[in-house]
Ligand binder design. Structure first.
Ligand SMILES: Cc1cc2nc3c(=O)[nH]c(=O)nc-3n(C[C@H](O)[C@H](O)[C@H](O)COP(=O)(O)O)c2cc1C
Ligand code: SF4
Ligand code: SF4
Length: 589
């Protein structure tokens, strides 16, 4: 009888949820029954909200994925599966059963993530068993020009945010005349709420290597860097193992696969500054200088690392390359829309039931992402907006939920596709506060070189803070709009040029919330602490005293079985009473 394969998701999300303990428990148990089982490590399948996740395969039941397992229940679940029964609980996906959440995957199309959560990311043999390095083999039999033509024909657009044509970018780098050229993988990923690149690096590191080796061959580069933030230790560890294995197998290094082509690859750990994702700052950082943007032109394709032609692509962009070479530009174009072919990986976060990683064809409506792929809202509260594109992006409101997801349609809403972070917000979110949060982020991350970015964002932040504290005046709206335009015009790099976007989109779609804060000194979502007021409804209060006992500043008074009162002059608006009252007697307004 075939052994049963037990795969444990050990990516960062799994480890954070306790997957290592589950793995150890299985190791202990399966070690005593090692003929019947084979235990494997894998990374994230995307359902971060169900971690720790374990997949079972090898019985007549087909593949069954279990979620939210723990060391206490995992053995009995495995035994149930082994005895031919669908485990009685914790099933999230089951190949041959309807009693699962298979529909969450049904609307996805996986090419970038095709191996994530499937293979052991530390095993080159696993990668090869899924067609790994076949694209490189094919590429080496083609001329560089033929490869670039294929990438150009595919219509692939850079997944790092701007959506620039990858084939065109490669053409520029290939055309540059130089003895020395570099390729770089941008794995800086600094957007709040984004973890797509980290998951791909952790789950399928060889795919990035293969994409980069093919790109280097096509553009005539013999050296490359993966610029990865040091806060991604697991991704870096997996990349190091992959590089060693690829060197040993001659997929990397001198005379790759017996050809004349040689390529050396390094990892550069970044210190985690958001601005270092900007390509000129990133190159400064690799060169050992302070990561600050510099004026372009010259563009990196002409003069990049140490003055040599350099091509920089995002992790997901590189991850698409092997698939395109193996399957052809036409197959790639069969997915997505005419101007945005292919798929896109998104990190779903915030008030969505299915937070995690998804890959969908471009052109899918936002509504389907939220309600079909993401499983809808986490709470009873209705959907309010989705923030796309991180701090450079914007908030798309409920009335635009039917917008399709491609570069141009998202840009038309005032947001941007960005690198794929989607933060879902419900009616309990204050949009002025959201704008303040993102502006605070960019203001902190500004490198300080440009006056408008350095001081302009600070002034905008001060205004937004004032508004959320109920001290805003009507002229503030005009000031915000003026400052935004000047910061966009007066900033050298994309950080400053896009920093006002979250403010501009919230002003565009949620101006009434700004007005409520300014004119009525009221926060409609009940978020801005300074504007909140907790009151006790005497008709509902039964005088149980629970709130008075919980209040940290003793500002609630009243006798047992009599309506209580809050002394507003002492209340610090912590909300402890509101959360304590079981009789809905306390209102928040
Ligand atoms: C402030 C700032 C931060 C950025 N951060 C990233 C990042 O973390 N990852 C990334 O791939 N691109 C980032 N970009 C975009 C890159 O500068 C660059 O356009 C991209 O890596 C190009 O790759 P692509 O053509 O494959 O999209 C950032 C840009 C700016 C202005
Ligand atoms: S726009 Fe901001 S982050 Fe960019 S170079 Fe100027 S000061 Fe630095
Ligand atoms: S917890 Fe609610 S019901 Fe009890 S005293 Fe406070 S307000 Fe009244």
């Amino acid at each position: 009888m075939e052994p049963i394969t037990v795969k444990v998701g050990l990516a960062s999300c799994g480890l954070a949820a306790g997957a290592e303990d589950v793995y150890r428990k299985l190791e202990e148990y399966l070690g005593q029954n090692n003929e019947s089982f084979s235990l494997k490590r894998t990374a994230c399948i995307g359902m971060c909200f169900e971690e720790p996740v374990v997949e079972l395969a090898g019985s007549d039941l087909g593949s069954v994925t279990l979620g939210r397992v723990n060391p206490e229940n995992i053995i009995s679940l495995v035994e149930e599966y082994q005895s031919g029964k669908l485990p009685s609980s914790n099933v999230i996906l089951a190949e041959k059963s309807d009693a699962s959440r298979n529909e969450l995957l049904a609307n996805q199309q996986r090419i970038v993530l095709q191996n994530c959560g499937v293979i052991d990311p530390l095993s080159l043999a696993d990668y090869e068993s899924r067609g790994g390095y076949q694209a490189l083999r094919k590429a080496l039999a083609l001329s560089p020009g033929e490869i670039i033509a294929e990438i150009k024909d595919s219509g692939l657009r850079g997944r790092g945010g701007a959506g620039f044509s990858t084939g065109l970018k490669w053409t520029f780098a290939a055309a540059a005349k130089s003895e020395k050229k570099y390729v770089v993988c941008n794995a800086d990923e600094g957007d709040p709420g984004a973890f797509m690149d980290r998951s791909v690096l952790e789950g399928d590191p060889h795919k990035i290597l293969e994409g980069m080796i093919i790109g280097a061959y096509a553009m005539g580069a013999d050296e490359g860097y993966i610029y990865c933030r040091a806060e991604y230790p697991l991704a870096i560890a997996h990349l190091k193992v992959a590089i060693e294995a690829a060197l040993e197998k001659h997929y990397l290094g001198n005379n790759i696969m017996g050809s004349d082509f040689s390529f050396e690859l390094h990892i550069k750990e970044g210190a985690g500054a958001f601005v270092c994702g900007e390509e000129t700052a990133l190159m400064q950082s690799i060169e050992g200088k302070r990561g600050m943007p510099i004026i372009r032109p010259p563009f990196p394709a002409e003069s990049g690392l140490w003055g040599k032609p350099t091509n920089i692509n995002n992790v997901e962009t590189w991850a698409n390359i092997p698939w395109i070479l193996l399957n052809g530009a036409k197959a790639f174009r069969a997915m997505g829309t005419e101007k945005s072919p292919g798929t896109k990986v998104f990190a779903l976060a915030g008030k969505i039931a299915g937070s995690g990683l998804i890959e969908v064809p471009m052109g899918i409506p936002l509504r389907d992402i939220i309600y079909k792929v993401g499983g809808g809202m986490k709470t009873e509260k209705p959907f309010k907006a989705v923030q796309m594109g991180g701090p450079s992006g914007g908030c798309i409101p409920a009335e635009l939920l039917d917008t399709i997801v491609d570069y141009d349609s998202i840009t038309a809403t005032g947001a941007i596709m960005g690198s794929g972070g989607m933060v879902v917000m419900d009616s309990g979110t204050c949009m002025v506060d959201v704008a303040r949060y993102f502006l605070n982020f960019t203001q902190n991350e500004s490198c300080g070189k440009c006056t408008f970015c350095r001081i302009g964002t600070r002034r905008m932040l001060e205004i937004l803070t004032r508004i959320t504290e109920g001290k805003g005046v009507m002229e503030d709206i005009e000031r915000l709009e003026d400052l935004a335009q000047n910061i966009i015009k007066g900033s050298l790099c994309g950080l400053g040029q896009t920093a006002p976007n979250p403010v501009l989109t919230t002003l565009r779609y949620f101006k009434h919330e700004y007005l409520a804060h300014i004119e009525e000194k009221r926060c409609p979502a009940g978020v801005c602490t300074a504007l909140l007021k907790y009151e006790i409804d005497p008709d509902k209060c039964i005088g149980c005293t629970a709130c008075a006992r919980k209040c940290p500043v003793n500002c609630i008074s009243g006798t047992v079985k009599q309506p209580h009162m809050i002394d507003q002059s002492k209340c610090i608006k912590c909300g402890a009473c509101y959360k304590t009252c079981k009789f809905d007697a306390i209102t928040k307004a």
